[in-house]
Write a protein that binds this ligand. Structure first.
Ligand code: KG4
Ligand code: ZN
Length: 333
């Protein structure tokens, strides 16, 4: 079974063809990072306009790389939420038009479900049930994944998402968008113990996250000492990154132990962070019997292959979207 998927929820125009929900025959991502960088973040109107230009060429590219024509496709899957409404609409309209023109079934996919099942594209896929941690620009959420299509939200951020903490922190330090990548790179040369940041804790709920205090602490630090240069900047990046990573790792493993999960699956753009990946692997070694699944970085950041995986199983369950499918910018998983 081959599914064509389209993803346009934020600033990547993506299309993919995935076979049997496991193998990406093509996974094309046209990023708009260079367009948004000069504005210091994603500008929704620019994102929509560029999706309009890119979406059909990206679909063509995916089909041609996969070596299939419309006849070889069983269904079309599209991200219909959550995300930027104008950006989502471009993908939804494109998918509806293709489904109509090619007479193919259409299924809608929740972007967060896509992240949760990205690991099924790796050579070793997780088995259900697993604890899923989605850490992206818009979300920091822990889910109990029971089977395809069945996820229970266990905890989430009360304020900023982990990706926002990276991006806003980077902005304070004068680093380019997307900040997570810039901080990750600089932190490699720095000492994570150079500056102490407060522990990102949340009163009342042990499975929720909070990152706004960390950002405020960085703001105070910069106001007091200015933005350091050279080695000092690398040290500050490493320390700040370490505080974000520590909060994510501690919560995820605490939840796994408490709820007796022995599989932890990470995903979302922040799961591409090299320090987080190392810290999760180190911590897993301390927890006997704990299996950790870290999809390759390009599967962690936004892509359509993960949407195709979720779409394949929605299609197999018999889910279908009609011509009235609309973008659902606040769709909760
Ligand atoms: O999943 P994603 O591509 O898009 C959303 O659904 O939000 O995540 C984007 C986020 C951005 O905040 C970006 O700074 C962050 O992922 N990110 C990283 C890294 N690569 C991307 N954060 C930390 N380290 C990285 N290497
Ligand atoms: Zn995402």
């Amino acid at each position: 079974m081959k599914i064509l998927a389209i993803e346009t929820s934020c600033d990547e125009t993506a299309a993919a063809v995935v076979e049997d929900g496991r193998r990406a025959l093509a996974d094309v991502v046209a990023t708009q990072i260079d367009i948004h960088r000069r504005w210091g973040g994603v500008v929704p109107e620019l994102a929509s306009r560029n999706h309009v230009v890119q979406v059909m060429p990206v679909v063509d590219e995916a089909l041609s790389r996969a070596g299939v024509g419309p006849d070889g496709i069983d269904a079309i899957a599209v991200t219909s939420g959550p995300g930027l409404v104008g950006a989502l609409l471009v993908g939804v309209q494109a998918a509806k038009a293709l489904a109509l023109a090619w007479q193919k079934p259409l299924v809608r996919v929740n972007h967060l479900e896509g992240h949760l099942v990205a690991a099924f594209l790796s050579e070793t896929a997780p088995a259900f049930p697993f604890l899923g941690l989605v850490v992206s620009g818009g979300h920091t959420s822990l889910y109990a994944a029971e089977r395809f299509g069945a996820y229970r939200l266990l905890g989430q951020t009360r304020d900023d998402a982990a990706g926002e903490a990276f991006d806003k922190g980077a902005k304070l330090l004068g680093l380019p968008y997307p900040g997570g990548i810039a901080i990750d790179r600089l932190a490699k040369e720095g000492d994570a113990h150079a500056t102490r940041f407060p522990k990102a804790i949340v009163k009342g709920s042990e499975l929720d996250f909070s990152f706004s205090g960390l950002k405020t602490a960085l703001l105070h630090h910069v106001k007091k000492h200015g933005v350091p240069e050279g080695r000092g900047l690398a040290d500050l990046c490493a320390s700040y990154q370490e505080a974000i990573v520590r909060a994510l790792v501690e919560k995820a493993f605490r939840a796994a132990r408490r709820l007796q999960f022995d599989r932890l699956v990470l995903s979302g753009g922040v799961a591409a962070n090299s320090r987080l990946r190392a810290a999760v692997s180190e911590k897993a070694a301390e927890y006997e019997g704990m299996e950790v699944f870290l999809p390759a970085p390009r599967l962690c950041t936004d892509n359509a292959a993960m949407i195709a995986v979720a779409g394949t199983h929605a299609f197999l369950r018999g889910e279908r979207a009609g011509a009235d499918l609309n973008a659902d910018p606040a769709w909760r998983l």
